[in-house]
Design a protein around this ligand. Structure first.
Ligand SMILES: Cc1cc2nc3c(=O)[nH]c(=O)nc-3n(C[C@H](O)[C@H](O)[C@H](O)COP(=O)(O)OP(=O)(O)OC[C@H]3O[C@@H](n4cnc5c(N)ncnc54)[C@H](O)[C@@H]3O)c2cc1C
Ligand code: SF4
Length: 837
């Protein structure tokens, strides 16, 4: 961290050849404006002084979320180190606050007693956290109660990190971008976190209700409790430190620390006192000049342009460019016409993009909507007169580059609107790196254009990480990394060099999967903690790596794997799928989708006894009991007396079947019997991603086997076709034919071998629909069917070991693995009653 010991002495001297430019605010907008001015040879025109009341160099505020989450160190978030100011002859007054502007004398007065004349002034004071009036929030007029924090500055962030040590529970007030980021950060630091939001849905400023609901589900899947439509009235404390909050309905939530992220307010006090026009922020014209004073420019979150105040960085980059062009005279006609708000963010690990309209507004507007809550995916587009006027993407932003271009530039759209959301096997409409305009912004967070990336590559950087380090592209929320990779690859003309870390299996252990597996085997590492201790740099544990390692170790060691509960996500810890209200969904095994009256009776009895709010058939032909409380799980499992259906983990899920020869007059193979046998053998096997299978009794394909990770189709002559790598979720892909065999036994063998090869060589979270094309079906056929590498026997044996190690996780109900395994921890959110339809 760059802490300046002492601000340089005030220099009031007037250089005859240069005017003095004073910038108030050493934040993202102010310094970007200075960078743009320097890029236009502004150093020859202006002697520049920057005042910043934070005692640091200029840092990327966006990355405070990463600092809080522990994934970035404070030293990594500086945009401009102090040397940069010196090298560019900028007089930086860090830790010095400007308290008054005397417009008539053209002087600023600072809190260190200094004064400084200006010829031109840039106000870039940004915003501050807003603390809604709440009893008990403040210890006195200026000090928050101990344990209460805003989330705006590096000091806020450091304060939170220090205070969080040894604390167990945090509440975050505010379910917008910052609140969710704060929640995720504190959760990463080991606290149980609850988010309280006054509106009915999360991030309601950017997202519509459906998207907000899906985001909520994704956030809850992370184990964060969400309360919506709750107004906090009191901050409770004991001995001067926060102990909880109280809602307007009188209910209370205990906590050890409280983060208030209920909005921001532009810092406009200076401008008000200087007599500038201030509405929601300081009112500026199209040159970013105060409407009252032609020597004063305003940029960033403290500026109000055509009634609009922006709270994200992308508009600031545009403002800074216009300001610099006008101020330096390089383009006196430069005008800012407002920014079209297209945002691409990663919120609490979930990709989100939003631009323009959330809903159709005119009767002729076209509206296309796709929603897949289970996988956290939601997409909408609004088209008017053939042009994109709005789009929302949650969970999958693979099409965002084209959508942003189409939105910004009014590009013509494909007739098949759905192809704006997905690749459907139709020619891709996605703009490739080649077609992307030079000034198209690839990284919104750091304002890096395609041209800047290309010039960096042409300057000799040939790795994605090298370009990222040099340009800062991809160093913000991370949602542009895919596009960045494409642009680097294109610019390098195929000469792109591998990033070592890109091949690591998990981010915290520097080895690719084969090398990692070899070391784990050689060093006999049976638990996640032992892998970190032996193989991670400085033996550091990395939260993001734990799940992937746990799955890998389980695959490799089967029975000898040593389970550590803290390495698991909540779903894997309690063997059920957490729901948006904090309850769980319970799906018992129903092999091949076949059940019996006895099973149905048991399920019905359990549903009655535990007042299950929703009983639902799943897409995988099972029955889902939704709304079970954590503490009831063991009893529910005992009463059901059926094994787990593994509907929650990265593991073998189901085998969907059709009725086949027994009953169907078209059937040519006994799909039901084969499906049951496959499920019986491979149930619960862990993998890098979910494995969903199907067996269908004839090519009419009623069980949809062509879009499964592995699908089997009975064909004439007693033969079975095996398809692999299919999908019909967010990604739609028809499976590739792996083999045609003549017996159910061969299906069984090849299924086991294929799944084992997938388990061993796929990346963490890589589904077969990506892995199969990556490996190539010919290669897979050679290895799995023709044994070209001579490993078939070993693959079969490894799979057998995994099959033998099967254990029904629901037996944990009889003997919990830890005392707290099924202890209630989250107050439940009230959900609407499901109407009987
Ligand atoms: C945790 C966090 C995460 C964010 N994530 C995203 C994101 O993912 N995407 C996105 O687009 N945006 C994000 N933002 C918003 C983004 O950081 C802001 O839009 C941006 O920083 C605004 O820049 P600014 O220069 O206007 O204000 P700031 O960056 O706040 O800079 C203003 C500076 O002026 C100083 N100052 C104020 N008054 C005075 C004075 N009188 N004298 C001297 N100095 C003064 C302030 O202390 C501050 O250092 C995030 C913000 C936070 C806090
Ligand atoms: S796939 Fe064929 S066998 Fe199976 S139900 Fe459909 S028509 Fe019948």
């Amino acid at each position: 961290m760059t802490l300046l010991e002492e601000a340089p002495a005030a220099r009031n001297g007037h250089e005859p050849s240069r005017s003095r430019l004073v910038v108030v605010g050493n934040g993202m907008a102010g310094v970007r404006a200075v960078e743009e001015i320097l890029a236009r040879d502004g150093a020859g025109q202006f002697a520049i002084t920057v005042f910043g009341d934070e005692p640091y160099g200029n840092y990327n505020r966006i990355l405070l979320s990463n600092v809080l989450a522990g994934s970035d160190d404070t030293s990594e978030i500086y945009l401009n180190p102090v040397d940069w100011y010196t090298d560019n002859d900028i007089d930086l007054r860090a830790g010095v606050r400007v308290v008054r502007i005397d417009r008539f004398a053209k002087v600023v007065l600072a809190d260190d007693g200094s004064t400084l004349h200006y010829d031109r002034l840039v106000i870039a004071t940004g915003s501050r956290s807003f603390f809604p009036p709440m009893e008990g929030m403040w210890a006195d007029n200026t000090t928050l109660t101990a344990g209460v924090f805003g989330f705006r500055s590096l000091d806020d962030c450091s304060g939170m990190i220090d205070y969080a040590a040894g604390k167990a529970r945090a509440v975050v007030i505010g379910g917008g971008l910052l609140g969710l980021e704060a929640a995720r950060g504190l959760q990463n630091r080991g606290l149980e976190v609850e988010v309280v939001h006054a509106a009915p849905t999360l991030m309601n400023a950017q997202l519509d209700d459906d998207a907000g609901a899906i985001l909520r589900r994704s956030v809850e899947n992370l184990g964060i409790t969400v309360h919506t439509e709750k107004r906090t009235e009191k901050v409770l404390s004991a001995d001067g430190a926060v102990t909880g909050i109280e809602f307007s309905d009188g209910t209370q939530v205990p906590c050890d620390m409280l983060v208030v992220s209920a909005g921001i307010r532009p810092n406009v006090g200076l401008a008000v006192r200087a007599g500038l026009t201030v509405e929601r922020a300081i009112v500026v014209d199209d040159h970013l000049r105060s409407v009252d004073d032609e020597n004063i420019y305003v940029v960033g979150e403290c500026a109000q342009h055509r009634g609009q105040v922006y709270g994200l960085v992308a508009p600031l980059w545009e403002q800074a460019t216009v300001l610099a062009e006008h101020l330096t005279g390089t383009n006196p006609k430069a005008v800012y016409q407002g920014s079209r708000m297209a945002t691409k963010l990663k919120v609490a690990g979930v990709d989100v993009a939003a631009m323009g309209l959330k809903h159709p507004e005119h009767p002729d507007d076209e509206f296309v909507q796709f929603s897949e809550p289970r996988n956290g995916i939601y997409k909408t587009i609004v088209v008017r007169d053939g042009k994109l006027v709005g789009a929302t993407l949650v969970g999958d932003v693979s099409k965002v580059a084209f959508l942003m271009q189409a939105f910004d530039r009014g590009l013509p759209l494909p007739e098949e609107r759905i192809s704006l959301m997905f690749d459907l096997g139709t020619p891709s409409v996605e703009v490739g790196a080649a077609e992307l305009a030079d000034d198209a912004q690839v990284c919104n967070c750091n304002g890096v254009s395609k041209a800047a990336i290309v010039s960096c590559v042409q300057g000799g950087q040939k790795t994605v990480s090298g370009v990222s380090a040099a340009t800062r592209a991809g160093k913000g929320c991370g949602s542009c990394k895919g596009l960045l990779g494409q642009v680097v690859e294109w610019a390098a003309g195929g000469a792109v060099e591998e990033d070592a870390s890109a091949s690591w299996y998990v981010p915290g252990v520097p080895y690719a999967k084969p090398e990692l597996m070899r070391l784990i085997r050689e060093l006999e590492l049976h638990s996640v903690s032992s892998v970190f201790a032996a193989l991670a740099p400085e033996a550091a544990e990395d939260a993001q790596s734990k799940m992937g390692l746990a799955s890998l170790l389980q695959m490799m060691w089967a029975e000898e794997y040593v389970e550590e509960h803290d390495a698991r996500f909540i779903n894997d810890r309690v063997h059920a799928n957490i729901q948006r209200d904090g309850t769980f969904s319970v799906v018992p095994q129903m092999k091949g989708g076949v059940t019996s009256s006895e099973q149905l009776r048991k399920i019905a009895d359990v549903a009655d006894k535990y007042e299950v709010p929703l009983i639902k058939l799943t897409g995988g032909q099972r029955i889902d009991l939704l709304g079970i409380r954590k503490e009831d799980l063991p009893a529910v499992w005992a009463d059901l007396d059926m094994p787990s259906g593994f509907a929650y983990g990265k593991s073998f899920r189901t085998v969907k079947t059709c009725v086949g020869t027994d009953f169907c007059r078209f059937g040519v193979g006994d799909s039901t019997a084969l499906g049951i046998a496959i499920e019986e053998r491979f149930k619960g096997i862990a993998g890098p991603g979910k494995m969903k299978l199907a067996v269908t009794g004839c090519p009419r394909n009623c069980a949809e086997a062509l879009c499964k990770d592995l699908g089997v189709v009975a064909v004439e002559g007693g033969r079975w076709e095996i398809y692999v790598g299919g999908a019909a979720g967010a990604h739609v892909r028809k499976g590739d034919l792996l083999a045609t065999v003549t017996s159910a036994a061969e299906v069984m063998t090849l299924t086991g071998r294929f799944l084992q090869y997938y388990r061993e060589s796929a990346n963490w979270l890589e589904r077969t629909y990506s892995w199969v094309p990556r490996m190539g079906i010919e290669h897979l056929r050679a290895v799995v069917v023709d044994d070209s590498e001579g490993i078939a026997e070993r693959l079969d044996a490894e799979m057998q070991k995994a099959v033998d190690a099967y254990r029904d996780p629901w037996t944990d109900g009889r003997e919990p693995a830890t005392p707290g395994q099924f202890r209630p921890s989250l107050p439940l959110t009230v959900l609407p009653q499901v109407p009987v339809r």
